[in-house]
Design a protein around this ligand. Sequence first.
Ligand SMILES: *[C@@H]1O[C@H](CO)[C@@H](O)[C@H](O)[C@H]1NC(C)=O
Ligand SMILES: *[C@@H]1O[C@H](CO)[C@@H](O)[C@H](O)[C@H]1NC(C)=O
Length: 356
Amino acid sequence: MAGFSLEESAPKILGVSVLVVAFIYIIYPPGLLLIPLTIFVFAFATKNEKTSSKNVDTFFSGFKIGGHRGAPKSFPENSMAGFAQAKADGADLIEFDVALTKDGKAVLMHDDDLDRTTDLKGPIRDKTRAELDRCNISATFIRTAPGDHSRLGSVSRERVPDMEDVVRWAVENNTRMLFDVKDSDNELVDQIANLFQKYNLYDKAIVCSFFPWVVYRIKKGDQQILTGLTWRLKFWSYHDIENLRPRYSGPKQLLFAAIDVLHVWLLKRVTPWYLGADLLLTNNLDISQTLILDQKRRGMRVAVWTVNDMAEMHWMLETLKVPILTDYPELTKQAAHLEEVKKSNYMPMHKSSSDL
Ligand SMILES: *[C@@H]1O[C@H](CO)[C@@H](O)[C@H](O)[C@H]1NC(C)=O
Ligand SMILES: *[C@@H]1O[C@H](CO)[C@@H](O)[C@H](O)[C@H]1NC(C)=O
């Protein structure tokens, strides 16, 4: 079942830590010096190794523009039609979200339930693959692609794709892949690792997650799999990128706000080293030249999600030279021809960003 839950564990971890420190302090105060030493030894003993740099270089040499869930303004997100459109629009990578059905089939779906993206309801974990086949992921979809009015309106029926079908398609069509994984379920992690072996995805795909323990487990299972840590400010304390919907209330919200500060501080310094991660998948509101240079110095790559504004695309692709994920892969061709945008005029816009 779903792995580690920070929500349940954070207060316990904090409580136990305080007790341990208090206990050591009472029986033998100098013993507190052993705590950092223990953490240090433990970290070295359990850390992951990084992937060989050859595969990392090959992967990133072919990744500039990623279709975020395909081409989600032209076709339903995470649909085969959307991936083909993203490629036709100039994307060299497709990003997708993986989930398991009740009968253990790995499929593509972003949310935990079917409500938003299909004409059925309920958690995906309660549906078998056969039941999922009855849902229509075009039913709630309306095209909003800019520029091309022939693309407006509804689209014909799309089904929830199998993870393996999408992987096979991407390999055949020479398109890189970014797997977005939200739980550390053994079964899902194993299925992803098997696909890496079966289709030799080691320089063609990367597995990313907001959850460090997912990145850790993937890399632990197969050191050659490229991995990335996805992040944004205040992820653990707010549901949404605008930071309007707190996840908790009262002291718990404060605890998770503190976890956020610590998490971001650590992920720029030690977390990727410990996880063996190759990429920091950074939100467009948190990107800067300094971050990119600093991470480069540490041997880390940086990519940006989700860049939908043309001037912003130009800035990322031409000035910062970082790969992007976008909902509008068709705009990237025009963006490349935009004139250099003066950095002083540049302000990232909240509305151009969506949840990963
Ligand atoms: C799926 O939804 C689309 C868009 O509303 C519709 O055109 C199509 O007929 C639906 N297909 C089925 C089989 O329900
Ligand atoms: C993807 O590859 C398949 C099989 O090689 C081919 O039939 C299809 O036309 C390709 N699609 C795109 C969008 O390139």
